[in-house]
Design a binder for this molecule. Structure first.
Ligand code: UD2
Ligand code: MN
Length: 604
């Protein structure tokens, strides 16, 4: 029998013995680590295969993530909140108590773990972090956010028109409202600022009554109007506009902060009789109130469901913008809250549609009206204003958010969209239901009095890159087998990502419907085009890329380099019908996974 001592004596002795022991232990550990990491990798990638990577991100259906990963929300909210179970005392108190230095220079404010709990409890009051806002001075400093080319522009202040700044609010927090006002006072030249009009849209909070009156009374050129009953932002803005004495109306939301040089470029452009000019809207974080630049090139448009969206502008607009970054550029639609317009033009084009209540759709209506009736909507990158974009709407919608929004949308669509209104109604039956209840006679008359152009003209000339169906575009479902359709996996609006088949759904299911353009782009809602990726086909913002061109050859879809769109990873052994198979471009074969059935669907 080999005893322990003999074993070692067979190999080595003394110091050598220790070294060999260490090497063996080391090798053993290395091996173990290797197996553990293989196991980990396998389990992670298995999970990855089951759930696409974007499933782990919890984006709100109302949020839009652009190419640079900026999450922007303007548009549709799922519902309002009443402030949860907070006491009357809490809801109605103003706890503004600035901490020296907090948030200065636009920096974020971090809270202690204890404060975070309170902030969380109070979140529903305003849908932003009120604790942070209350710590930041209402006249905090902000950096100059403009690009170099903007800083070099010289304006003759004597020649610029004057401004009436109109800020409407309903149950806004004291600190954000006052910071909006103070930022305007502190960063607008006296010669340009004629007045600031605050319009209280029947707020209920106690701190917005005498306490606010007293604070406003101390400020020069600021006045407050009170709406006796809540009309919503359109009624409130109209109330302010009627009292304006400045040449130009400048609208702001009640949770904005303007930065140095913001007013001149707006007034310069709004001086002309045909422009609605918007500032470049930056982001004030809803959690920390940090001022963050939003991406340089963005413009506004809307989805098939008429949700406002920020999109990447057309390449010709980007090119012109690069040549002269200080020059305003056109946008198909405005976000709605922040813009300047010559007072005479505002009234000449019919102000606002008074029939629009509470919130929503007035921004699209105004954008279409402006463009179709001979004016323009533009953005200037030289005017930088921060705005708190919120995930949820904090206030109540009388009769429910859907009713409010749908009636506003119906008004806008019926008056301005021509055949595309039929498209919208067809796929949104709940809006179609209330279409005929809208009294829109005076707005229809306005359209004919102003001799406005058609929606077809608007799409062709203002937004030729749009992704709506038209007379010369094919619209319908592209199927493989009975249930698998090309489409964007629901729950990832604006995000795009790897393309997989979706369930074909019914005729009213926009998720599985596509526009196929004569040029060969396969467009889904939200401006996503099917693109040949590295290995896997992906949904990307529509662009001029040749990778987004798919040529129909019989039942196949071919890329410009001759590959065929193929459904992969099909598990033939499974008897039940499933969807969610990845799509990719591969060498063309006779395989049925490359055979697509084009099922046309009437779009109106
Ligand atoms: C965006 C616009 C907003 C408006 C809206 C569509 C930006 C930055 N914001 O949503 O101005 O065009 O789209 O309608 O472009 N308010 C009232 N009464 C009400 C409801 C709201 O006065 O019944 C005020 C509110 O206090 C705020 C303003 O209207 O100052 C806009 O409301 P929001 O901030 O909730 O809208 P937002 O920014 O989500
Ligand atoms: Mn807002």
């Amino acid at each position: 029998m080999l005893v322990r001592k003999d074993f070692w004596s067979l190999i080595c002795r003394g110091r050598k013995k220790r070294i060999v022991t260490l090497v063996i232990v080391f090798l053993f550990l290395l091996n173990a680590m290797f197996y553990v990491s293989i196991e980990l990798y396998n389990s992670v990638s298995k999970r990855k295969n089951k759930e696409p990577w974007y499933d782990s991100l919890h984006f709100d259906k109302n949020s839009y993530v652009d190419e640079s990963g900026m999450r922007v929300i303007v548009g549709h909210y799922v519902g309002g909140s009443k402030g949860g179970n907070l006491s009357d005392e809490v809801i109605n108190s103003n706890n503004y108590a600035p901490v020296p230095g907090a948030g200065e220079g636009g920096r974020p404010v971090q809270l202690s773990p204890r404060e975070l709990i309170t902030a969380h409890e109070l979140y529903s009051l305003h849908s932003y972090n009120i604790l942070v806002s209350d710590k930041i001075a209402i006249n905090r400093s902000l950096p100059d956010m403009r690009g170099e080319s903007c800083k070099n522009v010289v304006f003759d202040l004597e020649k610029l028109p004057t401004a009436t700044v109109i800020i409407v609010f309903h149950n806004e927090a004291w600190s954000t409202l006052m910071r909006t006002v103070m930022s305007v006072i502190n960063r607008s030249d006296e010669r340009l600022l004629d007045q600031i009009i605050l319009v209280d849209d029947a707020s209920e909070r106690r701190y917005l009554k005498e306490e606010l009156d007293e604070a406003i009374a101390k400020l020069d050129r600021v006045q407050i109007l009170r709406n006796p009953t809540r009309t919503g932002l359109v009624g409130a803005r109209l109330m302010g506009a009627k009292r304006a004495t400045g040449d130009v109306l400048v609208f702001l939301d009640a949770h904005c902060e303007v930065t140095i040089g913001w007013l001149e470029p707006l007034l310069d452009r709004a001086g002309s009789e045909d422009v609605f000019i918007c500032p470049h809207i930056d982001l004030l974080s809803e959690d920390t109130l940090a001022y963050t630049k939003s991406i340089d090139a963005h413009w506004g448009a809307f989805s098939w469901r008429l949700h406002f969206r920020w999109l990447i502008p057309s390449s010709s607009v980007i090119k012109k913008k690069l040549e002269n970054p200080a020059k305003p550029y056109p946008t198909p639609a405005m976000a709605g809250g922040l813009f300047a317009v010559k007072k005479s033009l505002f009234w000449k084009l019919g102000g606002y549609d008074k029939g629009m209540i509470i919130w929503g759709a007035e921004n699209l209506e105004l954008s279409w009206r402006a463009w179709q009736c001979g004016a323009r909507v533009e953005i200037t990158s030289c005017s930088r204003v921060g705005h708190i974009f919120r995930r949820h709407s904090p206030y109540k919608y009388p009769g429910g958010v859907a009713k409010v929004l749908n009636s506003n949308l119906a008004r806008a669509a019926s008056v301005w969209m021509d055949q595309w209104a039929d498209f919208f109604y067809k796929f949104n039956p709940s809006v179609a239901e209330i279409r005929d209840k809208q009294e829109i006679g005076d707005r229809v008359d306005l359209r004919s009095q102003l001799n406005c152009k058609s929606f077809n003209w608007y799409l062709k000339n203002v937004w030729p890159q749009h992704f709506f169906p038209t007379a010369d575009r094919w619209f319908g479902r592209i199927k493989n087998g009975k249930t698998n359709c090309i489409g964007v996996t629901p729950g990832t609006p604006g995000l795009g990502g790897p393309a997989a088949t979706v369930s074909c759904g019914g005729d009213l299911d926009l998720d599985s419907l596509l526009v196929f353009t004569p040029e060969g782009q396969l467009m889904a809602d939200e401006g996503l085009c099917l693109e040949q990726g590295n290995g896997r086909a992906v949904w990307k913002s529509c662009s001029d890329s040749s990778k987004q061109i798919w040529i129909q050859k019989g039942p196949r879809l071919r890329t410009s380099d001759g590959l065929c769109l193929t459904l992969i990873d099909v598990d033939e052994s499974k008897s039940e019908v499933t969807v969610g198979y990845p799509l990719t471009a591969m060498k063309c074969t006779l395989d049925t996974k490359q055979i697509w059935h084009f099922e046309r669907v009437p779009w109106r």
